[in-house]
Write a protein that binds this ligand. Structure first.
Ligand code: GRF
Length: 201
Protein backbone atom coordinates (compact mmCIF):
# COMPACT_ATOMS: atom_id res chain seq x y z
CA UNK A 1 0.00 0.00 0.00
CA UNK A 2 1.16 3.55 -0.70
CA UNK A 3 2.94 5.09 2.26
CA UNK A 4 1.80 8.36 3.80
CA UNK A 5 4.54 10.98 3.78
CA UNK A 6 4.55 14.23 5.74
CA UNK A 7 7.18 16.81 4.81
CA UNK A 8 8.33 19.35 7.39
CA UNK A 9 10.03 22.45 5.94
CA UNK A 10 10.80 25.97 7.13
CA UNK A 11 11.72 27.87 3.99
CA UNK A 12 12.36 27.70 0.28
CA UNK A 13 11.38 24.05 -0.06
CA UNK A 14 13.47 23.05 -3.06
CA UNK A 15 14.06 19.62 -1.55
CA UNK A 16 10.32 19.32 -0.94
CA UNK A 17 9.82 20.18 -4.62
CA UNK A 18 12.22 17.40 -5.63
CA UNK A 19 10.13 14.94 -3.61
CA UNK A 20 6.89 16.31 -5.11
CA UNK A 21 8.25 15.82 -8.62
CA UNK A 22 9.39 12.27 -7.88
CA UNK A 23 5.91 11.50 -6.52
CA UNK A 24 4.29 13.03 -9.59
CA UNK A 25 6.50 10.91 -11.87
CA UNK A 26 5.35 7.83 -9.96
CA UNK A 27 8.91 7.03 -8.82
CA UNK A 28 7.90 6.74 -5.16
CA UNK A 29 5.05 4.48 -3.97
CA UNK A 30 3.65 7.09 -1.61
CA UNK A 31 1.36 10.03 -1.22
CA UNK A 32 2.35 13.29 0.43
CA UNK A 33 -0.51 13.89 2.87
CA UNK A 34 0.72 17.19 4.32
CA UNK A 35 3.34 19.87 4.41
CA UNK A 36 3.88 21.00 7.99
CA UNK A 37 5.75 24.27 8.48
CA UNK A 38 6.76 26.44 11.41
CA UNK A 39 6.95 29.49 9.12
CA UNK A 40 3.82 31.09 7.62
CA UNK A 41 6.00 32.83 5.01
CA UNK A 42 7.77 29.68 3.80
CA UNK A 43 7.88 29.43 0.01
CA UNK A 44 7.35 25.70 0.53
CA UNK A 45 3.68 26.57 1.18
CA UNK A 46 3.25 27.78 -2.40
CA UNK A 47 4.87 24.63 -3.69
CA UNK A 48 2.43 22.52 -1.65
CA UNK A 49 -0.55 24.51 -2.90
CA UNK A 50 0.58 24.13 -6.50
CA UNK A 51 0.75 20.37 -5.98
CA UNK A 52 -2.57 20.29 -4.07
CA UNK A 53 -0.94 19.08 -0.87
CA UNK A 54 -2.62 20.16 2.39
CA UNK A 55 -0.62 22.68 4.42
CA UNK A 56 -0.50 22.85 8.21
CA UNK A 57 1.17 25.94 9.66
CA UNK A 58 2.35 25.62 13.24
CA UNK A 59 3.66 29.16 13.60
CA UNK A 60 6.52 29.13 16.10
CA UNK A 61 6.00 32.83 16.83
CA UNK A 62 2.49 32.24 18.19
CA UNK A 63 3.53 29.96 21.05
CA UNK A 64 4.47 31.10 24.54
CA UNK A 65 7.15 28.46 24.93
CA UNK A 66 9.13 25.94 22.95
CA UNK A 67 7.34 23.13 24.80
CA UNK A 68 3.90 24.36 23.69
CA UNK A 69 5.13 24.73 20.12
CA UNK A 70 6.53 21.20 20.15
CA UNK A 71 3.23 19.85 21.50
CA UNK A 72 1.31 21.53 18.68
CA UNK A 73 3.79 20.23 16.13
CA UNK A 74 3.42 16.72 17.49
CA UNK A 75 -0.37 17.02 17.32
CA UNK A 76 -0.15 18.18 13.71
CA UNK A 77 2.04 15.21 12.82
CA UNK A 78 -0.21 12.73 14.63
CA UNK A 79 -3.27 14.02 12.80
CA UNK A 80 -1.59 13.39 9.46
CA UNK A 81 -0.79 9.74 10.44
CA UNK A 82 2.52 9.58 8.57
CA UNK A 83 4.41 6.40 7.78
CA UNK A 84 7.39 8.64 7.09
CA UNK A 85 8.25 12.17 8.20
CA UNK A 86 10.71 13.95 5.91
CA UNK A 87 12.60 16.94 7.32
CA UNK A 88 13.43 18.97 4.22
CA UNK A 89 15.03 22.17 5.42
CA UNK A 90 13.37 22.24 8.84
CA UNK A 91 15.52 24.81 10.59
CA UNK A 92 14.87 23.93 14.24
CA UNK A 93 16.10 21.19 16.49
CA UNK A 94 13.28 18.76 17.23
CA UNK A 95 12.37 17.94 20.79
CA UNK A 96 12.92 14.43 22.06
CA UNK A 97 9.20 13.55 22.34
CA UNK A 98 8.76 13.94 18.59
CA UNK A 99 12.04 12.24 17.77
CA UNK A 100 11.09 9.26 19.95
CA UNK A 101 7.58 9.00 18.54
CA UNK A 102 8.92 8.86 14.98
CA UNK A 103 12.07 6.84 15.64
CA UNK A 104 13.04 4.97 12.43
CA UNK A 105 10.28 6.83 10.61
CA UNK A 106 11.84 10.25 10.28
CA UNK A 107 14.62 11.29 7.90
CA UNK A 108 16.58 14.50 7.36
CA UNK A 109 18.73 15.98 4.60
CA UNK A 110 21.93 17.72 5.63
CA UNK A 111 24.25 19.67 3.29
CA UNK A 112 27.53 18.01 4.29
CA UNK A 113 29.10 14.59 4.46
CA UNK A 114 28.22 13.67 8.04
CA UNK A 115 29.66 13.32 10.61
CA UNK A 116 31.54 16.40 9.35
CA UNK A 117 30.00 19.83 9.72
CA UNK A 118 26.85 19.26 11.75
CA UNK A 119 24.41 22.05 12.58
CA UNK A 120 23.94 25.33 10.77
CA UNK A 121 25.99 26.70 7.85
CA UNK A 122 27.49 23.35 6.93
CA UNK A 123 28.68 24.68 3.57
CA UNK A 124 30.47 27.62 5.25
CA UNK A 125 32.04 25.22 7.75
CA UNK A 126 33.32 23.08 4.87
CA UNK A 127 34.85 26.08 3.11
CA UNK A 128 36.48 27.38 6.28
CA UNK A 129 37.93 23.96 7.00
CA UNK A 130 39.40 23.75 3.53
CA UNK A 131 38.04 20.33 2.60
CA UNK A 132 38.34 19.33 -1.06
CA UNK A 133 35.21 17.21 -1.08
CA UNK A 134 31.89 17.73 0.64
CA UNK A 135 28.32 16.78 -0.20
CA UNK A 136 25.03 15.86 1.37
CA UNK A 137 23.68 13.19 3.65
CA UNK A 138 20.23 11.73 4.18
CA UNK A 139 19.94 10.11 7.59
CA UNK A 140 17.44 8.81 10.10
CA UNK A 141 16.75 11.29 12.87
CA UNK A 142 17.61 10.39 16.42
CA UNK A 143 18.39 12.46 19.49
CA UNK A 144 21.91 13.33 18.34
CA UNK A 145 22.27 16.51 16.27
CA UNK A 146 22.59 15.34 12.64
CA UNK A 147 23.85 12.10 14.13
CA UNK A 148 21.40 9.33 13.19
CA UNK A 149 22.15 6.33 10.95
CA UNK A 150 23.12 7.34 7.42
CA UNK A 151 20.93 6.22 4.52
CA UNK A 152 22.91 7.69 1.66
CA UNK A 153 25.44 10.35 0.77
CA UNK A 154 26.47 12.12 -2.41
CA UNK A 155 29.70 14.06 -2.85
CA UNK A 156 30.72 17.22 -4.64
CA UNK A 157 34.15 18.73 -5.19
CA UNK A 158 35.08 21.99 -3.55
CA UNK A 159 36.82 24.39 -5.97
CA UNK A 160 39.38 27.02 -4.97
CA UNK A 161 37.17 29.83 -6.20
CA UNK A 162 33.97 28.65 -4.47
CA UNK A 163 32.06 30.97 -2.19
CA UNK A 164 29.31 29.79 0.11
CA UNK A 165 26.50 30.30 -2.42
CA UNK A 166 28.28 28.56 -5.27
CA UNK A 167 29.12 25.59 -3.07
CA UNK A 168 25.62 25.46 -1.57
CA UNK A 169 24.10 25.38 -5.05
CA UNK A 170 26.42 22.61 -6.20
CA UNK A 171 25.47 20.57 -3.13
CA UNK A 172 21.78 21.34 -3.63
CA UNK A 173 21.80 19.64 -7.03
CA UNK A 174 22.92 16.47 -5.27
CA UNK A 175 20.40 16.94 -2.45
CA UNK A 176 17.61 16.95 -5.00
CA UNK A 177 18.75 13.52 -6.17
CA UNK A 178 19.56 12.09 -2.73
CA UNK A 179 16.38 12.97 -0.86
CA UNK A 180 13.84 11.50 -3.31
CA UNK A 181 16.06 8.42 -3.62
CA UNK A 182 16.11 7.89 0.15
CA UNK A 183 12.35 8.46 0.36
CA UNK A 184 11.84 5.92 -2.40
CA UNK A 185 14.01 3.29 -0.66
CA UNK A 186 12.10 3.84 2.59
CA UNK A 187 8.72 3.63 0.89
CA UNK A 188 9.72 0.43 -0.90
CA UNK A 189 10.60 -1.08 2.53
CA UNK A 190 14.17 -1.55 1.40
CA UNK A 191 15.98 -0.02 4.39
CA UNK A 192 16.94 -1.80 7.57
CA UNK A 193 18.83 -0.29 10.50
CA UNK A 194 21.43 -2.35 12.34
CA UNK A 195 23.10 -0.24 14.99
CA UNK A 196 24.64 2.72 13.19
CA UNK A 197 24.37 1.05 9.80
CA UNK A 198 21.53 1.31 7.35
CA UNK A 199 21.39 -1.59 4.92
CA UNK A 200 19.65 -1.36 1.58
CA UNK A 201 18.21 -4.47 -0.02
C1 GRF B 1 19.14 22.41 2.31
O1 GRF B 1 20.48 22.73 2.03
C2 GRF B 1 19.07 21.30 3.34
O2 GRF B 1 20.10 20.38 3.23
C3 GRF B 1 19.20 22.06 4.62
O3 GRF B 1 18.48 23.26 4.42
C4 GRF B 1 18.43 23.55 3.03
C5 GRF B 1 16.99 23.64 2.67
O4 GRF B 1 16.80 24.02 1.32
N1 GRF B 1 18.76 21.27 5.75
P1 GRF B 1 15.37 23.90 0.67
O5 GRF B 1 14.39 24.62 1.61
O6 GRF B 1 15.03 22.45 0.53
O7 GRF B 1 15.46 24.60 -0.65
Amino acid sequence: MAKRIVVVASGRGSNFQAVIEALQRGSIPAVCVALVTDNPKAYAIERAQAAVIPVVVVDYALFASRELYEQALLEALRKARPDLVVLAGYMRILGSAIVREYARKMINIHPALLPSFTGLHAQRQALLHGVKVTGCTVHFVDERLDGGPIILQRCVRVMDEDDEDILANRILIQEHIALPEAVRLFCEDRLSIEGRKVKTC
